[in-house]
Design a protein around this ligand. Structure first.
Ligand SMILES: Nc1ncnc2c1ncn2[C@@H]1O[C@H](COP(=O)(O)OP(=O)(O)OP(=O)(O)O)[C@@H](O)[C@H]1O
Ligand SMILES: [Mg+2]
Length: 490
């Protein structure tokens, strides 16, 4: 998984939490809007209307009492009657207002009062109208002299009581409704606060989760990567597997491990070069020291030869052999020096068969070891002398490995665009644990060996862009070089 994926996942969870919480808050805000609309358009006007009805009825009641105590023919009675009519109209208007409230609607055009409440309100209106009519009837009876004022008084009192009870229960019904609304608002507010706190806690938990996950996912693997780089800088090139769930880190770890491996190879190459350069200095001195006595021997032999004109055929041949041997020594010293000093190779087309023939010619012959050459006649781009140095080293090693009688097989073939040369011997082979070391400079198991032979071979073959490897049973060194060497553009 990528670091980006973790971050995106974290942000998505956060967005989801905020989304759900905002949606729920919006829902509750709508509910609050409904409830406050109910409060504003229904509860408050209802209670104030009922209050007006109550005040107006009290006026009617007071006027009624005064009326039944006044003579109908009296001027005052007329005034009271007028007042009664005014309050009667006012209370009718109040009742009409209250009746209209049963059909009050919210901003979406929905009825605010429930069906039950509507019925209850209408019942109250009906009762109140009845009571008013009863009051009217008592006044009428008094005016028509059907009852005396003294008898009308208890009737008015009971009407007033009934009205009082009705308006009280109606008001308390409205107050209950209002309380219900307030409780609803409190509940909604509590819910909103809960949602706010829950979403805040969830958001914090998610953020903490993302931080922990990121640190586990990024910081910890990165500290492993830092450790890797520290190890590399200390020269510890051991592969460090990092099986992180973070694919970014894995990619870096793979790249670092590859870099570490490459550095290890470069390091061993540098060490080898350092070794070779110190060997080079030693070899130059040795070559100088060897060449001087060789020149003395050669000159002395020439002097002996010129002074002794009557030398036999056999003696002349011996002179010739000593000369050849001295030439080979000089030539080989020069070869090693060229290699160490890094003499640039001269690539030309040469027949492998010819190179092998020349090698066989140069090596000392023995009856005990048979050398078999199986070579396809093919041409490759190579440095003739360098290839000879390689093959001589390998054949001489093979001869030294064979104790007593044995056989060496030198073969060459073409595989696709590569030339493959194999030197196989019937010797005892190379112990498994030494296989890797034999190409290192100065590695030798021989008393008089320099341990430079195979190191030179490897270096020369690599300069031919090829490889050299070794296998046991039977022991064989395999050289693979490209047939054509592309010129390096400068
Ligand atoms: N054909 C072979 N069979 C068995 N061991 C071998 C063979 N070729 C090389 N070796 C081993 O590899 C070692 C290194 O060989 P290399 O040619 O580099 O040095 P050397 O032969 O010991 O010394 P020099 O080449 O200077 O005589 C040898 O000492 C020997 O132990
Ligand atoms: Mg050797």
């Amino acid at each position: 998984m990528k670091t980006r994926t973790v971050m995106i996942f974290g942000f998505m969870v956060l967005f989801l939490i905020f989304g759900i919480s905002s949606y729920l808050q919006w829902e509750y805000s709508q509910e609050i809007k409904n409830v406050s609309e109910y409060h504003k358009r229904m509860s408050i006007p209802s209670i104030s209307t009922l209050n007006d009805i109550k005040i107006n009825f009290q006026m009617i009641h007071m006027l009624s009492i005064e009326m039944i105590q006044t003579d109908v023919t009296d001027e005052r009675y007329f005034e009271l009657q007028e007042g009664y009519q005014i309050d009667r109209v006012a209370i009718e208007k109040d009742l009409k207002r209250y009746e209209d409230l049963t059909f009050a609607k919210n901003s979406r055009g929905e009825l605010l009062a429930s069906a039950v409440m509507q019925n209850q309100m209408q019942d109250y209106i009906f009762i109140m109208k009845q009571i008013l009519q009863n009051n009217d009837a008592v006044i009428k009876q008094y005016e028509n002299k059907e009852i005396l004022g003294i008898n009308a008084l208890p009737l008015l009192a009971s009407i007033e009581e009934e009205f009082h009870n009705t308006i009280e229960s109606d008001t308390s019904m409205e107050i209950r409704g209002m309380e219900k609304v307030q409780n609803q608002i409190i509940l909604i507010e509590e819910n909103m606060a809960n949602i706010f706190f829950t979403s805040a806690i969830l958001a914090i938990a998610t953020a903490v989760g993302v931080i922990i996950l990121t640190s586990k996912f990024v910081s910890i693997p990165i500290s492993r990567l830092i450790l890797m780089t520290k190890n590399i800088s200390k020269g510890n090139f051991k592969e460090m597997p990092i099986n992180s769930k973070n694919s970014d880190v894995n990619e870096i770890a793979i790249a670092l491990n590859k870099m570490s491996k490459d550095l290890e190879i470069y390091k061993s190459k540098i060490i080898m070069q350092e070794k070779l350069s110190s060997i080079g200095e030693l070899a130059s001195r040795l070559a100088h020291d060897i060449k001087n006595p060789l020149t003395v021997i050669k000159v002395t032999l020439d002097v002996i030869k010129t002074k002794n004109k009557n030398l036999s055929e056999e003696e002349l041949e011996k002179f010739q052999r000593v000369n050849e041997a001295m030439y080979r020594i000089t030539h080989q010293i020069d070869n090693v020096l060229d290699f160490i000093k890094g003499k640039p190779l001269q690539f030309e087309k040469f027949s492998i068969e010819k190179i092998i023939d020349s090698v066989i010619e140069d090596i000392p012959k023995t009856d005990k070891i048979k050398i078999l050459v199986v070579s396809e006649n093919l041409e490759i781009d190579c440095d003739f002398e360098a290839m000879k140095v390689v093959l001589i080293n390998l054949v001489v090693n093979a001869m030294q490995a064979i104790e007593g009688e044995g056989e060496i097989k030198v073969s060459s073939k073409i595989r696709e665009d590569k030339a493959i040369i194999e030197i196989q011997d019937s010797g005892p082979g190379i112990p498994q644990e030494k296989l890797e070391k034999i190409f290192e400079p100065l590695y030798t198991t021989k008393q008089e060996g320099t341990g430079l032979g195979l190191a030179s071979c490897k270096s020369l073959i690599e300069q031919h862009h090829g490889t050299i490897s070794v296998k046991n049973n039977p022991t064989r060194f395999i050289i693979e070089i490209p047939r054509k060497i592309e010129p390096i553009s400068e």
